[in-house]
Design a protein around this ligand. Structure first.
Ligand SMILES: C[S@@+](CC[C@H](N)C(=O)[O-])C[C@H]1O[C@@H](n2cnc3c(N)ncnc32)[C@H](O)[C@@H]1O
Length: 340
C-alpha cells in the first residue's frame, strides 16, 4: 500500500463526520474509513475514471464542481501535491469545504516535501500540529477557523504572454500546470520547427498543457482549429481558456493517453509527458507512440519534442514510420515521422 494511504488508515480515528479527500491515488482505502463519505477529488482524469462506482463517495475531477459546496463536510484530508501553489489551492478549498470547528489534515512523505508543506499549511491554519510520523510520512492536523468559506477557481487563474516566431499569445495558468508563467524550451524548439511551413488539418495537440501549441498553430494559420487533450484538470481548464482568448475553435477535453480520442488526424503534435524518476521509464510514451499510429490518417505526421537522451527515435520507427530529426539544441530534439 502507498505509504501516505497506510498512514491515513493508522489515523482514521481522528476523522469524524462527513469527510472529503483531496488528491489520494488509490481509492481502495475508502472502504476502511469509518466515516460518512463525501467528495473525493483528483486532478488526474485516469484516476477519476477508475473511481466510478465507488460506494457512497462522490468522485470529482478537478477543483470546480457544484458538489464542492461550502461548509459541507466535517473533516478534509489533503494529500501533498507536487507543487506549492497547488497545495495553497488545496488548503483554500479545504477551508471552504469544512465547517468552522471541523478538521483539516495534511499527509505527505518526506520526499514529497511534507515539512515545507506543513509550514505552508500554517499560513491558512495557524494552529496546525503534527499528530503522527511513520513510514517516511507526517500527518498534520488543524482546527478550521470561521470565515474561510468561499472558493472560486477563476480567482486562481493567471495569464502570461509568450512570443514565438513573431506571434504573441496569451496563455492561461492554474496552480500545478506544466511550465506556468513561461514558455518551455522544448515547446519553443517544437514551434520553431514549423518555420513558415503550412500545416494540413485536422490536428491534435496531445498532452496540451495550457494549450500553447494548438493555439499558436491556429493563430499562425487561418482556419486551423486543433483539437487538444490532456489528463490533468488544470491543463484542460487552461487550454480551454487559452483557446477562447485566442479565438481558436478546436475542442479541448480530458483523456488519459489517447484513450478518449476517437478521431484520426493528419498531424499529431506533442511535447509529451516524461518520467522523471531515478530510472528512465519510457512506457508511457511508448504507449502513446503505439496508439498514435492508430490516430493518424494514412501518411499523417507525428511531430514531437523530447529530451535528446531518450530512445524515442527507435520507438517512433517501430510504431509509426522512419524518424527524422528536424531540430535540436543542447537538451531537446524535434522528431518527425509519417505513418507508413
Ligand atoms: C511536457 S508537458 C507539455 C505541455 C504543453 N504541451 C506545453 O508544451 O507546454 C506534458 C503534459 O502531459 C500531460 N500528461 C501527463 N500524463 C498524461 C497522460 N497519461 N495523458 C495525457 N496527458 C498527460 C501533463 O498533464 C502535461 O500537461
Amino acid at each position: 500500500m502507498i505509504n501516505t494511504h497506510d498512514v491515513l488508515l493508522r489515523n482514521r480515528e481522528s476523522l469524524s463526520g462527513r469527510v472529503a479527500l483531496i488528491g489520494p491515488d488509490d481509492a481502495a482505502i475508502l472502504a476502511d474509513l469509518p466515516v460518512e463519505p463525501g467528495p473525493v477529488i483528483t486532478e488526474h482524469f485516469g484516476t477519476f475514471q477508475r473511481w466510478q462506482g465507488l460506494q457512497g463517495w462522490t468522485p470529482l475531477f478537478g477543483y470546480d464542481d457544484d458538489a464542492l459546496a461550502g461548509d459541507s463536510v466535517d473533516s478534509v484530508v489533503i494529500f501533498m501535491p507536487k507543487s506549492r501553489p497547488e497545495l495553497e489551492l488545496r488548503l483554500a478549498l479545504a477551508g471552504h469545504l469544512a465547517k468552522a470547528g471541523g478538521r483539516v489534515f495534511l499527509i505527505g512523505e518526506k520526499k514529497e516535501g511534507i515539512a515545507g508543506g506543513a509550514r505552508v499549511m500554517q499560513f491558512t491554519f495557524p494552529d496546525a500540529t503534527k499528530i503522527d510520523s511513520a513510514r517516511h510520512c507526517q500527518v498534520w492536523e488543524a482546527p478550521v477557523p470561521a470565515g474561510l468559506s468561499g472558493f472560486d477557481i477563476d480567482a486562481w487563474r493567471s495569464w502570461h504572454k509568450v512570443r514565438v516566431g513573431g506571434l504573441e499569445l496569451s496563455v492561461a495558468g492554474l496552480p500545478g500546470i506544466f511550465s506556468d508563467g513561461r514558455l518551455d524550451e522544448g515547446t519553443a524548439l517544437l514551434l520553431g520547427s514549423f518555420n513558415g511551413q503550412a500545416v494540413r488539418g485536422p490536428v491534435l495537440d496531445f498532452a496540451c498543457g495550457a494549450g500553447v501549441i494548438g493555439a499558436w498553430l491556429a493563430k499562425r494559420q487561418d482556419g486551423l482549429n486543433p483539437d487538444a487533450v490532456d489528463v490533468q484538470y488544470q491543463a484542460v481548464d487552461c487550454a480551454r481558456a487559452t483557446y477562447a482568448r485566442a479565438g481558436v475553435g478546436g475542442r479541448v477535453w480530458a483523456s488519459d493517453g489517447l484513450a478518449a480520442v476517437e478521431d484520426s488526424y493528419r498531424l499529431l503534435v506533442s511535447n509529451p509527458p516524461f518520467h522523471s524518476g531515478v530510472r528512465t521509464d519510457t512506457s508511457m510514451t511508448e504507449a502513446f507512440l503505439r496508439d498514435a499510429a492508430r490516430h493518424l490518417l494514412p501518411g499523417g505526421e507525428l511531430r514531437i519534442v523530447a529530451n535528446s537522451f531518450l530512445p524515442y527515435p527507435e520507438l517512433i520507427e517501430r510504431h509509426v514510420g522512419p524518424c527524422e530529426t528536424l531540430g535540436e539544441d543542447k537538451r531537446f530534439s524535434v522528431y518527425r515521422a509519417f505513418r507508413r
